[in-house]
Write a protein that binds this ligand. Structure first.
Ligand code: ATP
Length: 142
């Protein structure tokens, strides 16, 4: 895998999975990492590489050459500790573009303080987006 043009997606829940599959559809090489063997099994064959690993384990990440990536996404939300520990490792590797999903403002603030360059709030942002769609749809009836 040409790490420089590839993306590491850590956490393959609903958000991470959908993001990883979309990247693959757009011809980006994706290394997917999740600690759940069932998730890994489900996605094997759909991503460039899918590996079972605990992303809070530095040596596991190094073995997978995650430190050589320029772009990585932490798509772990509800497990705050795993999200923060993983993000902190990615930042310490010197990865230029670290993206991370936050499930609350406080979570997002901690991620930013750690040096995560791009913090996203999928549920909050999608709520706003759907509100615009709903308004647009309603305008059709006025
Ligand atoms: P979604 O809404 O996208 O499904 P979520 O925020 O509810 O996500 P989480 O339970 O936080 O989901 O985790 C998303 C994925 O991250 C899960 O598939 C989980 O197995 C994986 N995950 C959680 N902790 C770790 C970890 N330490 N190492 C690797 N993968 C992890």
């Amino acid at each position: 895998m040409a790490h420089k043009d590839s993306v590491a997606v850590i956490g393959l829940g609903r958000f991470g999975r959908s993001l990883a599959l979309e990247l693959v559809d757009e011809d980006t090489e994706v290394l997917g990492i999740d600690e759940n063997p069932e998730v890994v099994q489900l996605l094997s064959g759909s991503l460039t590489h899918v590996v079972r690993a605990d992303s809070t384990n530095e040596s596991a990440l190094r073995q997978l050459a995650v430190h050589e990536f320029d772009r990585a996404v932490v798509a772990i939300g509800s497990d705050l500790e795993a999200s923060i520990l993983t993000a902190s490792l990615l930042v310490s590797f010197g990865i230029q573009d670290v993206w991370a999903k936050a499930i609350s403002e406080a979570h997002g603030r901690i991620l930013s303080q750690l040096g995560v360059r791009h913090v996203v709030y999928p549920e909050h942002d999608m709520g706003r987006r759907v509100a615009h769609l709903v308004r647009g749809r309603m305008l059709d009836y006025i």
